[in-house]
Design a protein around this ligand. Structure first.
Ligand code: G4P
Length: 190
């Protein structure tokens, strides 16, 4: 997606060969024009696929996922990183490990919001190691719903997430695929 790639080239900061900082339009400040445009791309790509709900993982996935939900006229479910004690008996939970932050957390979903009737599209900002996306897929499957696909804004194609998610039988649709990060240079795959 040209608009997103141009924005990454003009405002993205290469921290090192593994990390791209996009705080000015995705992770800290959010650009609604970009979010609206990415939502239209996702809605067009995933139309007519029987999708009933959009899901994302807090917190940076919420902006693009909410715009996509609005564009497709569907509800948005936010998978939470910290379960409410009140909901303790009514939750699906799965452990996610983060390589970047060297931590782990329980991703949670209330049993009230996704059921076996749902066909769920996952939207997230980054696909890196695919741990978060794999956890989201596990939660959706725990609820006996089906996964329609994964839509991400930025895929770091040099990390294993894409293959891991596709290996799970899930289509990955990435709007910007990064081949490499080096010496302040961002190289895209296509
Ligand atoms: P994974 O989610 O694909 O498995 O990758 P990883 O464990 O490496 O990522 C952990 C967190 O770091 C995720 O956000 C992910 O979106 C983010 N991340 C991974 N690579 C980059 C990068 O190059 N740049 C930026 N800006 N973020 C990256 P999170 O911890 O869930 O944070 P948030 O959604 O609350 O912001």
């Amino acid at each position: 997606m040209k608009l997103l790639k141009d924005k990454i080239l003009s405002e993205g900061k290469v921290v090192n060969e593994h990390i791209l900082k996009v705080d000015s339009f995705i992770n800290h400040q959010v650009d609604p024009v970009i979010m609206d445009a990415v939502a239209k791309e996702f809605a067009e790509h995933f139309k007519n696929k029987g999708i009933t709900k959009i899901a994302t993982i807090e917190s940076s996935g919420i902006a693009p996922a909410l715009f996509t939900a609005k564009e497709m006229g569907l509800p948005l479910i936010i998978f939470k990183k910290q379960p409410s004690q009140i909901l303790y008996h009514n939750l699906y939970q799965t452990m996610i490990g983060s390589y970047t932050k060297e931590t782990s957390y329980e991703l949670t979903l209330s049993k009230d919001y996704i059921t076996s009737d749902d066909h769920v599209l996952i939207i997230d900002d980054f696909l890196a190691n695919g741990e978060a996306a794999s956890g989201a897929i596990r939660l959706i499957r725990m609820s006996y719903a089906t996964v329609a696909g994964l839509g991400v804004l930025i895929e770091k194609s040099f990390e294993p997430g894409h293959d891991k998610v596709e290996g799970n039988g899930i289509e990955v649709f990435s709007l910007a695929r990064i081949k490499s990060l080096s010496n302040d240079t961002i190289e895209f795959l296509d």
